[in-house]
Design a protein around this ligand. Structure first.
Ligand SMILES: Cc1cc2nc3c(=O)[nH]c(=O)nc-3n(C[C@H](O)[C@H](O)[C@H](O)COP(=O)(O)O)c2cc1C
Length: 297
């Protein structure tokens, strides 16, 4: 092997050790944070000689997922936490699309603004039922994407704040990967205390969630009928009709439609966005396009 040539692309410490490895990371991402972390994991893995594919779960069926899993040496799963819980599309993916295996290790990560207790391990039992054992788990802090008027929480639309947060997270991603690739322990969210803290948020969230599935609406007077929200919604909650956008009660509260509507026509709990509190969160990097994540509609 021409290690000098490879060394330009791959950290030389890993050449020959891991060069033939491949990985696949399946992720759900509402507004781009988890996608960014998955891409960063992939490029860091690439530097360490592991060719990695990142797949949005919205764009893949069971047969293709099974093929990718069969071909990969390493499998990862990532999601954002919602009230210390997994988003519905990720639950569905794990329950029905990810193939069952005969005991394989997987790494999991979640992205969060502040805290989730055991966000990256919350689906441990369900994964185990399909043969997957969580070998490593990480929590990555990312910018807050809850920008709805009813929320008292603050968020930042300042790219400099985002860059600082991303730099810190990138360093944590590298530490995480070192542990994964060298078989060292990295198990964020493991144990009774994180599980109890996670449950404290998750229990009420799961109760509310059922009542929160039809809280998105579109202000017909403001809407330009561009159809973007209907194309990027991950759960088929929005349809364009001659009378405007209608909803179907299947919202998963990812806030993608709300945050990426070009004219702030999407409302949450009938409250329009208040631009004086700041622009909605449009992803971790300038120009982020949620269309990359969504199934073609
Ligand atoms: C409905 C909802 C619930 C959330 N719950 C939490 C939470 O419990 N803890 C937390 O730190 N962040 C929480 N967040 C923030 C997101 O997890 C965080 O911004 C995440 O990185 C978004 O990832 P995404 O851009 O891939 O969707 C929540 C966001 C939403 C939309």
């Amino acid at each position: 092997m021409d290690s000098a040539g490879v060394g330009r692309l791959v950290d030389e410490r890993y050449v020959g050790v891991l060069y033939a490895m491949t990985a696949v990371i399946f992720c759900f991402s509402g507004t781009g944070n988890t996608w960014w972390c998955a891409q960063r994991l992939a490029s860091s893995l690439g530097v360490r000689g592991v060719q990695t594919r990142v797949v949005s779960i919205e764009r893949i069926g069971a047969a293709a997922a099974a093929e990718l899993v069969a071909a990969a040496d390493l499998v990862g799963l990532g999601w954002p936490v919602y009230g210390s819980d997994l988003p519905e599309p990720m639950k569905l993916f794990i329950d029905t699309t990810l193939p069952s295996v005969d005991r394989r290790r997987v790494f999991t990560f979640c992205t969060q603004w502040l805290f989730s207790g055991n966000g990256a391990r919350v689906y441990e039992r369900e994964l185990a039922a399909r043969g997957w054992a969580i070998g490593w788990s990480a929590h990555f802090r990312m910018p807050n994407n809850i920008c709805v008027t009813v929320s008292p929480l603050s968020w930042s639309a300042d790219p400099e704040d985002h860059t600082k947060r991303l730099e810190k997270t990138a360093r944590r991603i590298d530490r995480f990967l070192e542990a994964v690739l060298h078989g060292r322990s990295f198990s964020r969210g493991r144990g009774l205390v994180p599980a109890a803290l996670g449950a404290m948020q998750r229990r009420p969230f799961r109760r509310w969630f059922l009542r929160l599935r039809d809280d998105i609406s579109v202000d017909a007077a403001r809407c330009t009928r561009c159809g973007r929200c209907t194309r990027i919604c991950p759960s088929g909650n929005l349809t364009m009709t001659p009378d405007g956008v209608v909803t179907h009660g299947t919202c998963v509260i990812c806030l993608r439609c709300y945050n990426f509507c070009p004219v702030h026509a999407v409302r949450y709990m009938r409250r329009p966005h208040r631009p004086e509190r700041g622009l909605p969160y449009r992803g971790p990097v300038a120009g982020f396009k949620p269309e990359e994540l969504a199934a073609d509609r």
